[in-house]
Design a protein around this ligand. Sequence first.
Ligand code: HEM
Length: 526
Amino acid sequence: MKFLREGGAVSRAAHEEGSRHHLVSLGMKLVTFLVPPPSPISLSLYTYIYILKVEIDIYIMVVLIVIIGVVMGVCMLSSAVLRWNEMKYRKKGLPPGTMGWPLFGETNDFLKQGPTFIKNQRSRYGNVFKSHILGCPTVVSMDPDLNRYILMNECKGIIPGYPQSMLEILGKSNIAAVHGPAHKNMRGALLSLVSPTIIRDQILPKIDEFMRSHLSNWTNQIIDIQQKTKEMALLSSLKQVSGIESSSLSKDFMPEFFKLVLGTLSLPINLPNTNYRRGLKARKKVVQMLADLINERRNSNETHQDMLNSLMNSGDNKYQLSDEEIIDQIITILYSGYETVSTTSMMAVKYLYDHPKVLEELRKEHLGIRKRKMAEDPLDWNDYKSMKFTRAVIFETSRLATIVNGVLRKTIKDMELNGFVIPKGWRIYVYTREINYDPSLYPDPYTFNPWRWLDRSLETQNYFFIFGGGTRQCPGKELGIAEISTFLHYFVTKYRWEEVGGDKLMKFPRVEAPNGLHIRVSDLYS
Ligand code: HEM
């Protein structure tokens, strides 16, 4: 500051006393621009710049020290918080693993890195490890035998572990929300709606009629096959459940149902304009529409042959469901078959396009069926049962795309599993994805090879979890396969197609094409 107060004289003196040495020792590169020989004006400018530079250096140094201090502070605090969180969960007998941040756990890493996160944790901690994901302390099991044991032994301390926020949208009588005798009743009622005889006599003709109409007029159009398969899965189920077709009710129903689905997959933040709030509102509307339909049926003398009719008369067999249970049962059927059937159908179209030899074989199977029939004859049970290669294509698609990554369970008491003690209230993520790529089960696992499924033993092996397992194994398995098979039948016998290109596919947390999957469709024989 002395320089600033006494002006040029001091600065000149300072210069004469060997300021160059000073500058060099301070390592100031600027000096090389200023020497020699300085005039009086340039000298004071020189000094001014020198002072400025010194002050800037000090300033930068202070800022750097502050930044380093803050960074070190944050690092120390973070590691203290992380350690504290680990200590909180340090209980004897728990599997190894990390718990991440308080409250959020490792959800961010899990959602961002997906299967890579799970695989990395496995390489560090083994097939069974602990984590904290999606708001809950969780044990992730990638051990095929343990997974099988958990699926087969529901109720021995293990129940479904789907998030409460999801169950609030799906209803408290939803099958995933109940266990024990209530689950037995719900499941029994559901299985009687989709038995092989009912599929053969009542459902398959409806699916056939629906697919013919849904797949008409696609020639010479660019369509978003993701959108079309979503509409297909919902409208086809709606027709089976309540006979509703493309009526005004289905037009009102569809957007509300889509909001409901999105709500179950969103963060449970119940604030205006969040998907979760929209999902809750959509549930109210869906419930109202279904309640109106039930009342309409009661007040009319018409007879119907559909799932709603069976549910309304379930007392004829054993247990009469209440209206609330009937509505939740319908939502269960629509919801469970929606994403699974639509995504598998979309991915089958994708894989068939990428593998012309598979498409050729599939088309041969379906043209063979058509040859035996008149053009307007619907598909019947024998046709469906003869579609061996189609079934193989559907399994291979589900396997390679991994439509379902795993299922969630929860402990209702402290439990010993594989030598570990899982505390009461913890979630178990029965992660079945990696089994789909196990080379000992599926040689060359990343290749789309439906032929591997023609040997039926693959479908009955112990680790076939594409449709879950044990007491909650998918009751809609045959129905889903029948729907996708019928869709593929009409699709490959009527059309050829090519991808427009440029569409992205996401594989995790669910399989989807964020901007749609667009294909150019033309007549097979044009
Ligand atoms: C390709 C199609 C399908 C796939 C891949 C699939 C997959 C699955 C899986 C993995 C589970 C086990 C869930 C768990 O253990 O928590 C399941 C359960 C279930 N699925 Fe499916 N599913 C499909 C189609 C359908 C269809 C069309 C329906 C319609 C009826 C349906 C209805 C259900 C129901 C109600 C459950 C719960 C069963 C229970 O909790 O007892 N699924 N499904």
